[in-house]
Design a protein around this ligand. Structure first.
Ligand SMILES: Cc1cc2nc3c(=O)[nH]c(=O)nc-3n(C[C@H](O)[C@H](O)[C@H](O)COP(=O)(O)OP(=O)(O)OC[C@H]3O[C@@H](n4cnc5c(N)ncnc54)[C@H](O)[C@@H]3O)c2cc1C
Length: 433
């Protein structure tokens, strides 16, 4: 029997190096408000160090320049990388490019389309191209992708795409967009859509704006991490730009989102741990009403509650990762759904408490907490709204139960059965009396 909670020493030493790099080299860069290109310049030597450590693009298989680590290893790494929003670039797994690279890798593995790897995947991995994933539509509930309306119609050797998308992260700076659209309207609800690669400079691709959000209240269109609204009007791309097989859009999306959710949950955990460190440091430093905050029971409740939430999220996420390593994304479906909402809630709660313990300072931009809080709020919406994952977990759990006219634990009935079963003991007991 194996039931282990340890990281093997070889990998642990890589994790220690990764942590040192994030804390010593990347945290300082956060304070400089660099534009993205200057940041890339600053981060290049760090990328070389990450490659030397053997942690570059760790989510990808070795033939694509990654490390081929399983989800547990990746989870542990993402816990460290997630501590800083700038760190993923240094580790070659920056969203959405990392997820899109995974998507193209999965699709081309199925179809054997080496040309697509050379044209899109390799330059993406080398950082020569940038990408966006264009699925959500303002007019339709993103939570129910069977409602998607954007269409791609085959015309000779081309697809002609029409649709309206928004929240395409990095859409305004992308070189190409992976667009989810209906190609087979008469097929079943989960076989109607396909993914098609659209170069961003194709006529008919109209970048309307980067949507201002709680995270970026004054979005400037054309910035990194913008969430872009795009109108596609009679956009023509070669038929060969189809990713995977026609009608396989949902299957591909599942392949991308399963591991992605584990990575996200571990990154949220890294953020939550960082906020927790700030919470505890402030608690033992700030004096009020005759004692330190750390002596107040309500603050101790914050600490105890946060610690339990962080620990449970960590164990649940690593368990989901382990299950995924053993059984694949479909075998770990329920665990992945649970970490989505449990992880998002942990992040949100811990950052919120850390702000509270810092008082006005926590609300100010002199601490990173207010930014972390704004980013944390989105975690309950993207990667599928929490409620959708809760519904899915509840449905799966409830399938295991049968209706009972009388509750199976109803004591009077159980007592009657027990009396019959143990009648001999009861007779002896009454004889003893
Ligand atoms: C920061 C960020 C980045 C994003 N990046 C991308 C991207 O790169 N590409 C992309 O295509 N999209 C992206 N999105 C969009 C995201 O995927 C959608 O916002 C998400 O899927 C929810 O869809 P919706 O916004 O249409 O909300 P809706 O589907 O309209 O849902 C609204 C609310 O209704 C409730 N709800 C919905 N369904 C149910 C249900 N079955 N049971 C109970 N309650 C329910 C939930 O509370 C939900 O929050 C991003 C979003 C954010 C916030």
């Amino acid at each position: 029997m194996t039931w282990e909670f340890e990281t093997d020493p070889g990998y642990q030493s890589k994790l220690d190096q990764a942590r040192e790099l994030v804390v010593e080299e990347i945290y300082p860069l956060e304070t400089l408000d660099l534009d993205y290109d200057t940041y890339l310049e600053a981060v290049r030597p760090l990328q070389a160090r990450v490659k030397e450590m053997g942690l570059w693009a760790a989510h990808l298989p070795p033939e694509l320049g990654g490390m081929g680590y399983g989800q547990v290893h990746l989870g542990l790494l993402n816990e460290i990388v997630g501590r800083s929003y700038l760190a993923p670039v240094a580790f070659g797994n920056n969203a959405p490019d990392s997820g899109n690279a995974e998507l193209i890798a999965i699709a081309t593995e199925q179809t054997g389309r080496v040309d697509q790897r050379e044209r899109w995947l390799h330059p993406l991995l080398e950082g020569k191209l940038r990408s966006g994933f264009s699925m959500t539509e303002p007019e339709n509930a993103g939570s129910d992708p069977t409602l998607l309306e954007a269409t791609a119609v085959r015309d000779g050797d081309e697809w002609v795409i029409n649709g309206h998308k928004w929240f395409t992260t990095n859409g305004s700076i992308a070189d190409f967009l992976i667009v989810m659209c209906v190609t087979n309207p008469d097929a079943g609800p989960y076989n109607r859509c396909s993914m098609i690669i659209v170069p961003a400079d194709t006529p008919g691709v109209d970048i309307v704006r980067d949507v201002s959000t709680m995270e970026h209240p004054h979005a400037v269109t054309g910035s990194f991490w913008g969430h872009t609204e795009i109108v596609y009007t009679d956009v023509r791309v070669p038929a060969t730009n189809l990713l995977g097989k026609e009608g396989d859009g949902f299957k591909l999306a599942q392949g991308r989102l399963g591991p992605g959710r584990i990575h996200h949950a571990m990154r949220w955990l890294g953020q939550a741990q960082r906020a927790f460190d700030m919470l505890c440091e402030r608690a033992v430093s700030r004096y009020s009403h005759g004692s330190y905050l750390s002596d107040k029971q309500m603050v101790q409740d914050f600490v105890a509650q946060s610690m339990a939430e962080i620990t449970s999220t960590r164990l649940l996420t690593l368990y989901a990762a382990r299950k995924m390593d053993l059984e694949g994304p479909s075998g770990a479906r329920m665990e992945i759904a649970m970490i989505k909402y449990h992880g998002a809630a942990t992040l949100f709660n811990v950052v919120d408490r850390a702000i509270q313990v810092h008082g006005g300072l926590g609300f100010s931009s002199d601490m990173p907490l207010e930014m972390m809080y704004r980013a944390a709020r989105a975690a309950r919406i993207y990667d599928g709204a929490d409620e959708v994952h809760k519904v899915s977990v509840a449905r799966r759990v409830l399938r295991r139960y049968q209706p009972a006219e009388v509750p199976s634990e109803y004591i009077p009935v159980r007592r009657e059965a027990a009396r019959a079963k143990f009648a001999h003991l009861l007779v002896e007991a009454s004889a003893d009396d």
